[in-house]
Design a protein. Structure first.
Length: 121
């Protein structure tokens, strides 16, 4: 298998909100890699929060176009708790629409979190 495409999410002071940047990442890196059957790693390291619209602009299109199977090739890495919640929400409504939605834990999403906590003295 070829090396995965790593997409580094950036923001200002740990906050990712610019939908145009998310759209550019999706069009430039995510969609071409998925079209070439590559794995995509979306790296949220350094991002502590985001808007739902940013996450939707980043991953909504591949989910809506390809369905749940695309999650086998997208990994969300270094996700803070708020990012995990947003990714799960966007995955849920992108796959199910806004009608009756299955519980988000019914869909397997590879979301990892790396926590670097400093020890208090």
């Amino acid at each position: 298998m070829t090396d995965p495409t790593i997409v580094k999410v950036t923001g200002v002071n740990g906050f990712a909100e610019n939908k145009d940047n998310a759209r550019a990442l999706r069009r430039t890196y995510i969609m071409p890699a998925l079209k070439d059957n590559k794995k995509v790693i979306v790296d949220f390291s350094g991002i502590t929060s985001s808007t739902q619209s940013f996450v939707h602009a980043l991953i909504g299109e591949p989910l809506q176009n390809s369905g749940e199977v695309i999650l086998d090739r997208i990994e969300f890495r270094s996700c803070a708790p708020q990012i995990k919640s947003l990714v799960a929400l966007v995955v849920d409504y992108s796959l199910s629409g806004f009608g009756a939605t299955p519980p988000v834990d019914a869909v397997s999403i590879d979301i990892t979190h790396s926590s670097k906590r400093s020890k208090k003295k």
